[in-house]
Design a protein around this ligand. Sequence first.
Ligand SMILES: [Zn+2]
Length: 116
Amino acid sequence: MAKFSKRKVSTYKRNKQKIDNIAKERINQLFQEAEKNFQEHPERSHRYAELASKIWLKYKIQLSPEIKRRLCRKCRKFMVPGKTCKVRIHQSRIIYTCTLCGNIRRFPINQKNKTR
Ligand SMILES: [Zn+2]
């Protein structure tokens, strides 16, 4: 996943990477908790998603597409297909519509499998 340039990695960059990893881990944990709590406490899940998005914005890290798809960028709520977002497929794109704020996001299908 990670690309390393030939240039020397400075201490700052190394620290940044360390912080990024911690931040990513925390975001993953928050999303796992959000997933677990959604059935019984949807408000809690939204709170976790909000916290995760705050960390994401603060550290400007790259998140996995799975996580990006679970977070509404507009209202920062936890998106659960069939519950808080609608999922449609249109012209080889997956369209996620947040039912809470109406924000629409599009993702290409099978981007990873293209090279096969
Ligand atoms: Zn939304």
